[in-house]
Write a protein that binds this ligand. Structure first.
Ligand code: ZN
Ligand code: MN
Length: 490
């Protein structure tokens, strides 16, 4: 994720500190919309999931979706927030994709306040609030660059209008582009783990706005910020933040200062551009939504939701790290604790198999076969990993078997027979080693005399002669024994 390319684009002057707060809008995984019974399904024919309520027709009245409230509370609790009695407000502004000319949102009394999220790196980011609101419709601008300024016509799809959202506002605790990506990625895992979101950034289920400013390193002031709207990939997020920070630094260093603005990220030009001068809260003329009663979840309800929270990514990470110790890399653990793979990891770990080995099999071989077919059960994975643990199959054979077992639902024993996977006996392996040494006397002598680079040559010949049935590790150990034997004789 943070390859050479990305960091090259993300360098920021040592004299200045980056200050970023992120606002993440997440669409909730409900069956219906926030205030009406229309379907909340992505990808339907435009303007088919609509009714008088989500079209904002006069006389229609909103009815709050209980499941959306429950999911919002789950998000708040998972982010260590306090859940409080809250109020819906009307946020008034004109935009064609919002037919009522106001958005029902929460203002000074949001549902969830004051939480935090600890990132895999250990950095802690404060969460100021996580409030409920409805989504707007979606406009598509035809012709030109896809922006309204160069469009020849615009189309509007109201299917998204009224879809339930939670907006999660972080404190300005993020100080590098990498941290911003880490925060969004961890937040996404939390939202998916609690069942609130499908986490699909490419479908707009997770949309990120970044508030960016800079300050001289060492100072604690907050300078003028610009908000970059709708960053829809982790890569754009990092680059947009770095570009914006460098723009501010250049302005300050030439004696000017940035203006508070809403900006967009231009993916093709890799620059940010001005959209509009930032609205203040009073531009929105917020007032309490008269058609909805205050939302005050009871302590019993909050507690019952807390009781059903699943294990969160941070808890998974700590458990697996404890089991594996230093031997396993963080990248491997991150892959193995992802939602698709975690059940398989848990099953193998609970069966008492070696943690390092099963984390390796899960994060490498099993991850390569995603998405897994339904017949590939956790029992099937445990059975395969046990064969390696008991030394009945070599790592190479297990990898072959795993690929086959995720493409063919036959019983494991049948697949083993069909593939001819039998671990080689110690005696026949010894014979192969002898014959390879005999065939390459010059290389063998140089290896015994200390030319370590010949190890690969010899192991390769032995593996080939065994038709891949030998265990590379065992072969390596045999070669070490042979070398010390040869030195004693010599
Ligand atoms: Zn509707
Ligand atoms: Mn919002």
């Amino acid at each position: 994720m943070s390859g050479k390319d990305d960091t090259m684009f993300e360098e920021i002057s040592d004299a200045w500190e980056l200050v970023v707060g992120l606002e993440v809008h997440t669409e909730l995984k409900t069956t219906t919309k926030l205030f009406c019974g229309c379907s909340n399904q992505f990808g339907s024919e435009p303007n088919t999931n609509i009714c008088p309520v989500c079209l904002g027709l006069p006389g229609s009245l909103p009815v709050l979706n209980r499941h959306a409230v429950e999911l919002s509370i789950r998000v708040g609790l998972a982010l260590n927030c306090t859940v409080q009695a809250s109020l819906f407000h009307r946020k008034n502004y004109f935009y064609p994709d919002m037919p009522k000319d106001y958005q029902i949102s929460q203002y000074d009394l949001p549902l969830n306040i004051r939480g935090h999220l600890v990132l895999p790196s250990g950095h802690r980011v404060g969460i100021e609030r996580a409030h409920m609101e409805e989504d707007t419709g979606k406009s598509s601008h035809l012709g030109g660059s896809g922006r309204i300024s160069s469009a020849s016509a615009s189309l509007i799809d109201y299917n998204r209008s009224g879809v339930p959202l939670v907006e999660i506002v972080s404190a300005p605790d993020i100080h590098t582009p990498e941290q911003a990506r880490e925060y969004v990625s961890e937040l996404r895992s939390v939202l998916v783990a609690v069942g609130a979101s499908d986490g699909k950034m490419e479908e707009g289920s997770l949309r990120v706005d970044a508030n960016v400013s800079v300050r001289p390193r060492g100072s604690t002031e907050l300078r003028t910020r610009c908000e970059i709207k709708n960053l829809n990939s982790l890569r754009s997020l990092g680059r947009a933040i770095a570009h914006e920070a460098n723009r501010h630094i250049a302005l300050y260093e030439s004696g000017e200062s940035p203006t508070q603005q809403t900006r967009f990220w231009d993916e093709s030009g890799q620059v940010t551009g001005a959209l509009r001068t930032k609205e203040e809260a009073n531009d929105y003329r917020y007032f309490p939504e008269p058609d909805l009663v205050p939302l005050a979840p009871s302590q019993e309800w909050i507690q019952s939701i807390r009781d059903t929270l699943p294990e969160l990514p941070q808890q998974r990470r700590e458990w697996v790290m404890d089991l594996c110790g230093e031997a396993t890399t963080n990248d491997r653990i991150e892959t193995a604790i992802s939602d698709e793979l975690y059940p398989f990891l848990v099953a193998t770990l609970r069966s008492g198999l070696s943690p390092q080995r099963v984390v390796a099999r899960t994060s490498n071989e099993l991850a390569a076969e995603l998405p897994l077919p339904n017949y590939f059960s956790t029992e099937r994975f445990v059975e395969i990993c046990s064969l390696e643990e008991r030394g009945e199959l070599t790592p190479t054979q297990v990898k072959t078997l795993l690929t086959e077992a995720t493409h063919d639902d036959a019983p494991i024993s049948e697949l083993i027979a069909r593939l001819g996977l039998v671990a080689i006996s110690a005696d026949s392996l010894a014979e192969i080693v002898n014959s390879v040494i005999e065939e390459s006397p010059a290389e063998w002598t140089r290896f015994v005399e200390g030319e370590q680079q010949l190890r690969g040559f010899l192991v390769g010949k032995i593996m080939k002669a065994s038709k891949g049935k030998a265990d590379g590790k065992v072969v390596g150990e045999m070669l070490v024994e042979r070398v010390s034997a040869a030195k004693k004789v010599g």
